[in-house]
Design a protein around this ligand. Structure first.
Ligand code: MN
Length: 232
């Protein structure tokens, strides 16, 4: 096939202890999946059905224990961190039952759903889409993927984030309102999942702003750390 313009790049994530990379297809993000975070966003944490928004593949940035720097994005003055458990999908499936859902998990990683909170809340309050607040390039720094076949599936693990070594977010993935299996099952009833898809499972309480020069360190037990600096 002859393309009229250069092919767009493939975005990919490193796999821990492996020389292969995981090509990123779509990034699905669960909204308000920890009760204490739903409350801090002014919403009722009752167990309503989960909802999802998306980021483009170009949102994904490779992060890891070695510090990386991301730009402070334009058109915001309230750039927020959201530490999240990231799930990578290894095979296609639709209408996946909850008890089979973990078979579709390729691996797990630590990620950040970076958010232009002012734009997100303005859109939310006007009933408009969230894209400008959530779906910008570089908004999802993600660490190396740990393969589920090697580490097993995570049901409880500390998830935390510090900014300039000060604690900001600390919880446990056991507090997910919708578990990884439930999120996969629910999502797959709306959209056929494909290998390369990623699910960001939502953030616990303690979200807040970062300023140029700040250094975020995110951690999930078993999955290690990511260190992300915001450019001056
Ligand atoms: Mn989020």
């Amino acid at each position: 096939m002859k393309y009229a313009i250069p092919l767009p790049p493939t975005y990919a994530l490193a796999i821990a202890n492996n020389d292969e990379f995981f090509p990123v297809n779509r990034v699905f993000c669960v909204g308000r999946n920890y009760a204490a975070h739903a409350r801090e966003m002014g919403k009722d944490p009752d167990r309503e059905p989960p909802f999802f928004f998306m980021k483009p593949a170009c949102a994904v940035v490779q992060a890891g224990e070695k510090e990386i720097t991301i730009p402070y994005p334009p058109m915001t003055s309230n750039f927020h961190h959201e530490i999240e458990l990231v799930v990578t999908i290894g095979k296609a499936g639709k209408d996946i039952p909850i008890e089979k859902a973990l078979e579709y998990v390729h691996g797990y990683a630590v990620g950040l759903d970076m958010t232009r909170r002012d734009l997100q809340l303005d859109a939310r309050d006007k009933g408009r889409p969230w894209e400008f607040g959530k779906s910008f390039a570089g908004s999802a720094p993600i660490g190396p993927i740990h393969i589920a076949k090697q580490i097993g599936h995570l049901s409880t693990a500390t998830i935390s984030l510090t900014v300039n070594d000060q604690p900001r977010q600390s919880s446990d993935i056991a507090k997910l309102i919708w578990s990884v299996a439930e999120s996969i099952s629910y999502l797959s009833s709306y959209e056929t999942l494909e290998p390369g898809d990623i699910i960001m499972t939502g953030t616990p309480e303690g979200v807040g702003a970062v300023m140029p020069g700040d250094v975020m360190q995110g951690h999930i037990d078993t999955l290690g750390d990511i260190v992300v600096r915001v450019a001056k």
